[in-house]
Design a binder for this molecule. Sequence first.
Ligand code: P6P
Length: 335
Amino acid sequence: MAGIVTVQRHLVESQSLHAEASGELTALLWDLSLAFKVISRAVNQAGLLDVLGKDGDTNASGDTVMKLDRYAQDVIFEAMDHGGHLCCMASEEEDELIAIPDKYPKGKYVLSFDPLDGSSNIDVNVSVGTIFSIHRRVTEHGTPGQDADALQRGHDIVAAGYVIYGSSTMLVYSTGDGVHGFTLDPSVGEFLLSHEDIRIPERGKIYSVNEGNTPWWDDRTRRYVEHIKSIEQGPYKTRYIGSMIADVHRTLLYGGIFLYPKTYKNGDTEGSCKLRLLYEAAPMGYIVEQAGGIAHTGEEKLLDIVPTELHQRCSVVLGSPADVNEYLSFYRGER
Ligand code: P6P
Protein backbone atom coordinates (compact mmCIF):
# COMPACT_ATOMS: atom_id res chain seq x y z
CA MET A 1 0.00 0.00 0.00
CA ALA A 2 3.09 2.21 0.14
CA GLY A 3 2.65 5.39 -1.89
CA ILE A 4 -1.08 4.86 -2.49
CA VAL A 5 -2.93 8.02 -1.51
CA THR A 6 -6.71 7.85 -1.67
CA VAL A 7 -8.78 11.02 -1.93
CA GLN A 8 -9.99 10.35 1.62
CA ARG A 9 -6.43 10.33 2.97
CA HIS A 10 -5.60 13.45 0.96
CA LEU A 11 -8.69 15.26 2.27
CA VAL A 12 -7.83 14.40 5.90
CA GLU A 13 -4.19 15.45 5.44
CA SER A 14 -5.27 18.70 3.72
CA GLN A 15 -7.69 19.35 6.57
CA SER A 16 -4.83 19.08 9.08
CA LEU A 17 -3.30 22.16 7.38
CA HIS A 18 -6.22 24.21 8.70
CA ALA A 19 -6.37 24.30 12.50
CA GLU A 20 -9.90 25.72 12.36
CA ALA A 21 -11.18 22.88 10.15
CA SER A 22 -14.05 20.99 11.74
CA GLY A 23 -13.92 18.05 9.36
CA GLU A 24 -17.31 18.97 7.85
CA LEU A 25 -15.85 19.95 4.49
CA THR A 26 -13.86 16.73 4.42
CA ALA A 27 -17.01 14.72 5.10
CA LEU A 28 -18.92 16.71 2.46
CA LEU A 29 -16.30 16.03 -0.21
CA TRP A 30 -16.19 12.36 0.80
CA ASP A 31 -19.96 12.12 0.27
CA LEU A 32 -19.55 13.85 -3.12
CA SER A 33 -16.84 11.38 -4.18
CA LEU A 34 -19.29 8.51 -3.69
CA ALA A 35 -21.76 10.23 -6.04
CA PHE A 36 -19.00 10.62 -8.62
CA LYS A 37 -18.26 6.87 -8.55
CA VAL A 38 -21.94 6.06 -9.10
CA ILE A 39 -22.22 8.52 -12.00
CA SER A 40 -18.98 7.19 -13.51
CA ARG A 41 -20.43 3.68 -13.58
CA ALA A 42 -23.58 4.90 -15.36
CA VAL A 43 -21.68 7.06 -17.88
CA ASN A 44 -19.33 4.20 -18.70
CA GLN A 45 -22.27 1.85 -19.23
CA ALA A 46 -24.31 4.47 -21.10
CA GLY A 47 -24.02 2.60 -24.37
CA LEU A 48 -25.43 -0.53 -22.74
CA LEU A 49 -28.22 0.89 -20.63
CA ASP A 50 -31.28 2.71 -21.81
CA VAL A 51 -29.92 6.07 -20.68
CA LEU A 52 -29.00 7.49 -24.06
CA GLY A 53 -31.24 9.75 -25.98
CA LYS A 54 -32.91 12.93 -24.95
CA ASP A 55 -35.21 13.11 -21.98
CA GLY A 56 -37.28 15.68 -23.84
CA ASP A 57 -37.20 18.23 -21.03
CA THR A 58 -35.25 21.44 -21.25
CA ASN A 59 -33.33 22.80 -18.26
CA ALA A 60 -33.15 26.32 -16.80
CA SER A 61 -30.69 27.34 -19.50
CA GLY A 62 -32.87 26.03 -22.29
CA ASP A 63 -30.63 23.02 -23.04
CA THR A 64 -32.29 19.70 -23.90
CA VAL A 65 -31.89 17.40 -20.89
CA MET A 66 -30.32 14.04 -21.70
CA LYS A 67 -31.42 11.13 -19.49
CA LEU A 68 -27.94 10.85 -17.91
CA ASP A 69 -28.16 14.52 -16.93
CA ARG A 70 -31.21 13.77 -14.84
CA TYR A 71 -29.69 10.60 -13.45
CA ALA A 72 -26.52 12.44 -12.40
CA GLN A 73 -28.65 15.20 -10.85
CA ASP A 74 -30.60 12.68 -8.78
CA VAL A 75 -27.46 10.79 -7.68
CA ILE A 76 -25.82 13.97 -6.38
CA PHE A 77 -29.00 15.14 -4.64
CA GLU A 78 -29.49 11.78 -2.91
CA ALA A 79 -25.83 11.64 -1.85
CA MET A 80 -25.87 15.15 -0.43
CA ASP A 81 -29.35 15.85 0.99
CA HIS A 82 -29.01 14.05 4.33
CA GLY A 83 -25.41 14.55 5.54
CA GLY A 84 -26.13 17.77 7.41
CA HIS A 85 -23.31 19.63 5.62
CA LEU A 86 -25.45 21.70 3.22
CA CYS A 87 -28.13 24.35 3.68
CA CYS A 88 -29.16 24.18 0.00
CA MET A 89 -27.90 23.33 -3.50
CA ALA A 90 -27.95 25.02 -6.91
CA SER A 91 -27.89 22.87 -10.06
CA GLU A 92 -27.85 23.55 -13.80
CA GLU A 93 -30.77 21.14 -14.03
CA GLU A 94 -33.07 22.94 -11.59
CA ASP A 95 -34.59 26.37 -12.25
CA GLU A 96 -34.74 27.22 -8.55
CA LEU A 97 -32.54 26.62 -5.51
CA ILE A 98 -32.76 23.02 -4.24
CA ALA A 99 -33.90 22.83 -0.62
CA ILE A 100 -32.61 20.32 1.93
CA PRO A 101 -35.64 18.20 2.99
CA ASP A 102 -37.18 19.34 6.30
CA LYS A 103 -36.34 16.04 7.98
CA TYR A 104 -32.60 16.59 7.54
CA PRO A 105 -30.33 19.08 9.41
CA LYS A 106 -29.13 22.18 7.56
CA GLY A 107 -25.33 22.58 7.32
CA LYS A 108 -22.95 25.48 6.87
CA TYR A 109 -22.11 24.98 3.19
CA VAL A 110 -23.85 25.43 -0.15
CA LEU A 111 -23.12 23.26 -3.19
CA SER A 112 -23.46 24.56 -6.75
CA PHE A 113 -23.01 22.01 -9.52
CA ASP A 114 -23.45 21.04 -13.12
CA PRO A 115 -24.23 17.33 -12.81
CA LEU A 116 -23.17 16.40 -16.33
CA ASP A 117 -21.48 19.13 -18.32
CA GLY A 118 -21.04 18.55 -22.03
CA SER A 119 -24.00 16.18 -22.04
CA SER A 120 -24.79 16.96 -25.68
CA ASN A 121 -21.69 14.83 -26.40
CA ILE A 122 -22.82 11.77 -24.44
CA ASP A 123 -24.29 9.77 -27.30
CA VAL A 124 -21.11 10.18 -29.35
CA ASN A 125 -18.90 8.94 -26.50
CA VAL A 126 -17.04 12.20 -25.92
CA SER A 127 -15.81 13.01 -22.39
CA VAL A 128 -18.40 14.62 -20.14
CA GLY A 129 -18.07 15.67 -16.53
CA THR A 130 -19.42 17.01 -13.27
CA ILE A 131 -18.42 20.49 -12.08
CA PHE A 132 -18.93 21.60 -8.46
CA SER A 133 -18.17 24.48 -6.15
CA ILE A 134 -18.73 24.95 -2.43
CA HIS A 135 -19.22 28.17 -0.47
CA ARG A 136 -19.90 28.83 3.21
CA ARG A 137 -23.50 29.91 3.76
CA VAL A 138 -24.04 33.63 4.47
CA THR A 139 -27.58 33.39 5.93
CA GLU A 140 -28.62 32.32 9.46
CA HIS A 141 -27.24 28.93 10.46
CA GLY A 142 -29.76 26.15 10.93
CA THR A 143 -32.33 27.78 8.65
CA PRO A 144 -33.15 26.70 5.08
CA GLY A 145 -30.63 28.09 2.58
CA GLN A 146 -31.48 31.04 0.34
CA ASP A 147 -30.35 32.26 -3.08
CA ALA A 148 -27.88 34.61 -1.34
CA ASP A 149 -26.00 31.55 -0.06
CA ALA A 150 -25.35 30.40 -3.63
CA LEU A 151 -24.88 33.85 -5.20
CA GLN A 152 -21.28 34.35 -4.06
CA ARG A 153 -18.06 35.30 -5.88
CA GLY A 154 -15.62 32.70 -7.16
CA HIS A 155 -13.01 34.25 -4.84
CA ASP A 156 -15.09 33.06 -1.88
CA ILE A 157 -15.16 29.43 -2.98
CA VAL A 158 -13.91 27.12 -0.19
CA ALA A 159 -13.60 24.09 -2.47
CA ALA A 160 -14.23 23.39 -6.14
CA GLY A 161 -13.42 20.86 -8.78
CA TYR A 162 -14.57 18.65 -11.59
CA VAL A 163 -14.80 14.99 -12.51
CA ILE A 164 -14.01 14.01 -16.08
CA TYR A 165 -15.69 10.78 -17.20
CA GLY A 166 -13.35 9.95 -20.06
CA SER A 167 -10.85 7.24 -20.96
CA SER A 168 -10.47 7.12 -17.19
CA THR A 169 -12.51 8.85 -14.51
CA MET A 170 -10.53 11.61 -12.86
CA LEU A 171 -11.40 13.91 -9.97
CA VAL A 172 -9.54 17.24 -9.91
CA TYR A 173 -10.18 19.50 -6.92
CA SER A 174 -8.78 22.28 -4.77
CA THR A 175 -9.56 23.44 -1.24
CA GLY A 176 -7.30 26.46 -1.64
CA ASP A 177 -3.97 24.63 -1.25
CA GLY A 178 -3.22 23.90 -4.90
CA VAL A 179 -4.87 21.54 -7.39
CA HIS A 180 -4.70 17.78 -7.12
CA GLY A 181 -5.90 15.02 -9.47
CA PHE A 182 -7.15 11.57 -8.52
CA THR A 183 -7.80 8.73 -10.96
CA LEU A 184 -10.54 6.23 -10.19
CA ASP A 185 -9.29 2.65 -9.87
CA PRO A 186 -12.53 0.73 -10.55
CA SER A 187 -10.99 -2.50 -9.25
CA VAL A 188 -10.90 -1.07 -5.72
CA GLY A 189 -13.49 1.70 -6.18
CA GLU A 190 -11.09 4.38 -4.95
CA PHE A 191 -9.89 7.70 -6.36
CA LEU A 192 -6.08 7.43 -6.12
CA LEU A 193 -3.73 10.44 -6.23
CA SER A 194 -2.25 10.56 -9.73
CA HIS A 195 -1.51 14.27 -10.34
CA GLU A 196 -0.26 16.00 -7.15
CA ASP A 197 -0.05 19.79 -7.18
CA ILE A 198 -0.96 20.43 -10.82
CA ARG A 199 0.64 23.65 -12.13
CA ILE A 200 -0.43 25.12 -15.47
CA PRO A 201 2.51 25.95 -17.82
CA GLU A 202 3.35 29.66 -18.08
CA ARG A 203 2.54 29.50 -21.82
CA GLY A 204 1.11 26.77 -24.04
CA LYS A 205 0.84 26.20 -27.79
CA ILE A 206 -2.84 25.19 -27.95
CA TYR A 207 -5.88 27.43 -28.29
CA SER A 208 -9.38 26.12 -27.67
CA VAL A 209 -12.41 28.02 -28.99
CA ASN A 210 -15.42 27.29 -31.17
CA GLU A 211 -14.32 29.02 -34.39
CA GLY A 212 -17.77 28.42 -35.82
CA ASN A 213 -18.68 31.58 -33.91
CA THR A 214 -15.98 33.70 -35.59
CA PRO A 215 -18.48 35.85 -37.57
CA TRP A 216 -20.16 36.91 -34.31
CA TRP A 217 -17.09 37.73 -32.19
CA ASP A 218 -15.83 41.25 -31.54
CA ASP A 219 -13.02 42.38 -33.82
CA ARG A 220 -10.34 42.27 -31.08
CA THR A 221 -11.02 38.60 -30.36
CA ARG A 222 -10.92 37.83 -34.07
CA ARG A 223 -7.57 39.61 -34.37
CA TYR A 224 -6.14 37.68 -31.42
CA VAL A 225 -7.13 34.31 -32.90
CA GLU A 226 -5.70 35.29 -36.30
CA HIS A 227 -2.49 36.32 -34.49
CA ILE A 228 -1.94 32.96 -32.79
CA LYS A 229 -2.76 31.16 -36.05
CA SER A 230 -0.03 33.10 -37.82
CA ILE A 231 3.22 31.49 -38.87
CA GLU A 232 5.30 33.71 -36.63
CA GLN A 233 3.38 32.37 -33.63
CA GLY A 234 4.20 28.82 -34.46
CA PRO A 235 1.28 28.60 -35.30
CA TYR A 236 -0.68 27.35 -32.27
CA LYS A 237 -2.54 24.05 -32.53
CA THR A 238 -6.30 24.15 -32.25
CA ARG A 239 -8.13 21.69 -30.01
CA TYR A 240 -11.84 22.06 -29.28
CA ILE A 241 -13.91 19.20 -27.82
CA GLY A 242 -17.04 21.18 -26.97
CA SER A 243 -17.09 19.80 -23.44
CA MET A 244 -15.77 22.45 -21.07
CA ILE A 245 -14.31 20.05 -18.52
CA ALA A 246 -12.35 18.23 -21.25
CA ASP A 247 -11.10 21.43 -22.92
CA VAL A 248 -10.15 23.05 -19.60
CA HIS A 249 -8.57 19.84 -18.24
CA ARG A 250 -6.29 19.68 -21.29
CA THR A 251 -5.49 23.40 -20.94
CA LEU A 252 -4.62 22.85 -17.25
CA LEU A 253 -2.18 20.03 -18.04
CA TYR A 254 -0.71 21.20 -21.37
CA GLY A 255 -1.12 24.97 -21.07
CA GLY A 256 -2.60 27.37 -23.62
CA ILE A 257 -5.92 29.19 -23.65
CA PHE A 258 -9.63 28.31 -23.55
CA LEU A 259 -12.04 30.95 -24.82
CA TYR A 260 -15.79 31.30 -24.93
CA PRO A 261 -16.14 35.00 -25.80
CA LYS A 262 -19.35 36.98 -26.21
CA THR A 263 -21.17 36.65 -29.55
CA TYR A 264 -22.97 39.55 -31.25
CA LYS A 265 -25.68 37.99 -33.42
CA ASN A 266 -28.60 39.61 -35.26
CA GLY A 267 -27.91 43.18 -34.16
CA ASP A 268 -27.18 42.21 -30.53
CA THR A 269 -25.00 45.10 -29.33
CA GLU A 270 -24.71 43.88 -25.71
CA GLY A 271 -23.20 40.51 -26.65
CA SER A 272 -24.47 37.10 -25.49
CA CYS A 273 -22.61 34.59 -23.35
CA LYS A 274 -23.04 30.83 -23.25
CA LEU A 275 -21.23 29.45 -20.22
CA ARG A 276 -22.88 29.64 -16.80
CA LEU A 277 -21.00 31.51 -14.08
CA LEU A 278 -22.00 29.68 -10.90
CA TYR A 279 -21.39 26.06 -11.87
CA GLU A 280 -19.17 26.19 -14.98
CA ALA A 281 -17.02 29.31 -15.27
CA ALA A 282 -16.34 30.15 -11.61
CA PRO A 283 -15.35 26.66 -10.38
CA MET A 284 -13.23 25.99 -13.46
CA GLY A 285 -11.72 29.48 -13.16
CA TYR A 286 -10.96 28.83 -9.48
CA ILE A 287 -9.13 25.60 -10.37
CA VAL A 288 -7.11 27.31 -13.12
CA GLU A 289 -6.10 30.17 -10.78
CA GLN A 290 -5.22 27.72 -7.99
CA ALA A 291 -2.91 26.03 -10.54
CA GLY A 292 -1.18 29.35 -11.34
CA GLY A 293 -3.27 30.37 -14.35
CA ILE A 294 -5.63 33.30 -15.03
CA ALA A 295 -9.44 33.29 -15.34
CA HIS A 296 -10.98 36.38 -16.92
CA THR A 297 -14.01 37.52 -18.91
CA GLY A 298 -12.11 40.05 -21.02
CA GLU A 299 -13.71 42.82 -18.98
CA GLU A 300 -12.94 41.65 -15.42
CA LYS A 301 -11.36 38.86 -13.40
CA LEU A 302 -13.84 36.04 -13.46
CA LEU A 303 -13.67 35.28 -9.74
CA ASP A 304 -14.53 38.91 -8.89
CA ILE A 305 -18.03 38.68 -10.37
CA VAL A 306 -20.81 38.77 -7.77
CA PRO A 307 -23.61 36.63 -9.24
CA THR A 308 -27.13 38.07 -9.25
CA GLU A 309 -28.94 35.08 -10.77
CA LEU A 310 -28.39 31.33 -10.33
CA HIS A 311 -28.11 30.67 -14.08
CA GLN A 312 -26.42 33.84 -15.24
CA ARG A 313 -23.82 33.51 -17.98
CA CYS A 314 -20.46 35.14 -18.62
CA SER A 315 -17.73 35.20 -21.25
CA VAL A 316 -14.72 33.04 -20.36
CA VAL A 317 -11.01 33.45 -21.11
CA LEU A 318 -8.81 31.16 -19.03
CA GLY A 319 -5.48 29.35 -19.17
CA SER A 320 -1.74 30.00 -19.06
CA PRO A 321 -0.79 33.47 -17.76
CA ALA A 322 1.22 34.44 -20.86
CA ASP A 323 -1.60 33.36 -23.19
CA VAL A 324 -4.43 35.04 -21.28
CA ASN A 325 -2.41 38.24 -20.87
CA GLU A 326 -1.68 38.23 -24.61
CA TYR A 327 -5.41 37.89 -25.35
CA LEU A 328 -6.17 40.73 -22.93
CA SER A 329 -3.60 42.98 -24.67
CA PHE A 330 -5.61 42.49 -27.89
CA TYR A 331 -9.00 42.75 -26.17
CA ARG A 332 -7.97 46.05 -24.53
CA GLY A 333 -6.86 47.45 -27.88
CA GLU A 334 -3.20 47.61 -26.82
CA ARG A 335 -2.14 45.60 -29.92
P1 P6P B 1 -20.56 25.19 -28.19
C1 P6P B 1 -21.57 22.06 -23.16
O1 P6P B 1 -22.91 22.14 -23.59
C2 P6P B 1 -21.11 23.46 -22.79
O2 P6P B 1 -21.94 24.01 -21.80
C3 P6P B 1 -19.67 23.41 -22.33
O3 P6P B 1 -19.34 22.20 -21.71
C4 P6P B 1 -18.88 23.61 -23.61
O4 P6P B 1 -17.64 24.25 -23.39
C5 P6P B 1 -19.81 24.52 -24.42
O5 P6P B 1 -21.15 24.29 -23.95
C6 P6P B 1 -19.75 24.19 -25.90
O6 P6P B 1 -20.55 25.15 -26.57
O7 P6P B 1 -21.39 26.42 -28.51
O8 P6P B 1 -19.13 25.35 -28.65
O9 P6P B 1 -21.17 23.88 -28.63
